[in-house]
Design a binder for this molecule. Sequence first.
Ligand SMILES: Cc1ncc(COP(=O)(O)O)c(C=O)c1O
Length: 251
Amino acid sequence: MNGRLLDWSGHIVRLARNLGELGIAASMSDAALALVARRLIAANRATEALLYIQVTRGTAKRDHAFAAAMRPTLVMTVRPFDFSQRIAQQAMGVSVVTTDDTRWGRCDIKTTGLLANVLAKQGARRTGAFEAWLIGADGSVAEGASTNAWIVTGDGTVVTPPLSPRVLPGVMRAAVITAARERQIAIEERNFTVAEAQAAAEALITSTTVPVLPVVEINGVAVRGGSPGPIAARLAAAIWERIADQTGFRL
Ligand SMILES: Cc1ncc(COP(=O)(O)O)c(C=O)c1O
């Protein structure tokens, strides 16, 4: 944003953890990675843009076991992204539909193996919904295909599923928890069902590219009569403020 990096350390700490979990060596230091990122942003004259880093184990003869001494491949891209589109969506809210969570057992690791997420998202888009919420065997909402899931209870408590192997530790999730605590908004990390979400005071989704988006319909059932609520508005304002503080970016 504004040519500057948002929440860089949160993303880099998560990348390092993911690489560690997968046994992939870091190809460069965090400082070198930040330098390359800044150069790429400058070379592309990118102001409002998404920076994407993808690391693979490298190339080797086909085998399931890792080859010895593989050199990881790191790809970094930057592309323009219009964050102002989110303002209209925040005012209107979006709909979600639910689907079984058919992903692997380590969804806390952000990997490129996203087939189940892709099919869930496409299934949602086919029905005109913005996002798919993935439902575990116990009937609770894990998260969205590419977002974390939240509800607000009748007493104004903001609820999101706890971190577990079913949930990606979203950098925006952490930012929203911090912002809520700073504003004395109660936060609870616990599971909730689709029925509880449909009857909730508010529902929302978050991610780096979707900084607080109200959910106004779940499986065709209106949440809060179909209009975004005040807690989502407060959290959205807090996140835009955080973005402005870190990058100087203002819509
Ligand atoms: C499955 C999943 N959950 C949650 C998120 C949100 O993560 P973040 O807030 O770090 O963008 C993403 C983002 O890509 C995701 O793919």
